[in-house]
Design a protein around this ligand. Sequence first.
Ligand code: MG
Length: 306
Amino acid sequence: MQPSETTVQIVEVGPRDGLQNERVRIGTPNKLRFVAALVEAGLRRIEVTSFVHPRAIPQLSDADELMALLEKRPDVRYSALVPNERGLERAIAAGIREIAVFTAASDTFVHHNIHASLPESLAHFEQIVKQAKDLGIGVRGYISTVFGCPYEGKITAEQGLGVASALLAMGCDEISIGDTIGVATPGDVARWLDAARTAKIPFDRMALHFHDTRGMALANVVIGLQHGVRIFDSTAGGLGGCPYAPGASGNLATEDLVYALHGLGYQTGVDLDKLVTASSLIANQLDHLLPSRYYQAARVQACLPV
Ligand code: MG
């Protein structure tokens, strides 16, 4: 669904951001069933994989095969992360219509993750964005650590806004503002969005990507809604690790997000029962319970194993 005053667009990032952070390896046929069930549940934007080097993230090493086997539908936007030129080549060969590039608000975080400075990472992605746009491929730009960095601690609004402006200027169609370590409070989000408004960041081209590590994700979503944001990222079931496990990301669960949005009167196009069914396809293969509270409640009510 297109975002509007009363319609929220959900970008389901479970198959990529979720599975990337799971210890248990999910086979390609099961991933295909999972993505098909997410589509069946009404999700229309799904980040399905990452064209990173297969050894970098073994969980996503089947990106080419997965993309080839996905059922393509004109009303479903599949996207994939692209870290470099080789990744872009593979994504193009796979017939991708939308890619995502990624950097961070914190220079130290960028350095630790891609062994480059923040300006170097922006220059690197500028080439990739240009090539993709020339081929008519949509581009989303992720900005990690906007509200806090595991190495630098507090991050100023100006740091994130500078990166947001740079990504938009180089041609990204949309930016996704990430609270990578789940430290943002509703107050932090409100102040950041006020600063973003002043900096003239177009809110219709901005998604918010919250992690529920400290239980703030949904409260932060509500602040986003109040400020006019209508695009949010989440993972089915809260896939991507239990927030209590070391190193786990604690992604906001799509079920919890959809339940809150519907309760607030927003349309999402998502059928919650079918979404629970989609999550259950992955849940029984994991080594932990899915953290989504809605998912757990729905399974308990149906007397099914969570
Ligand atoms: Mg995430």
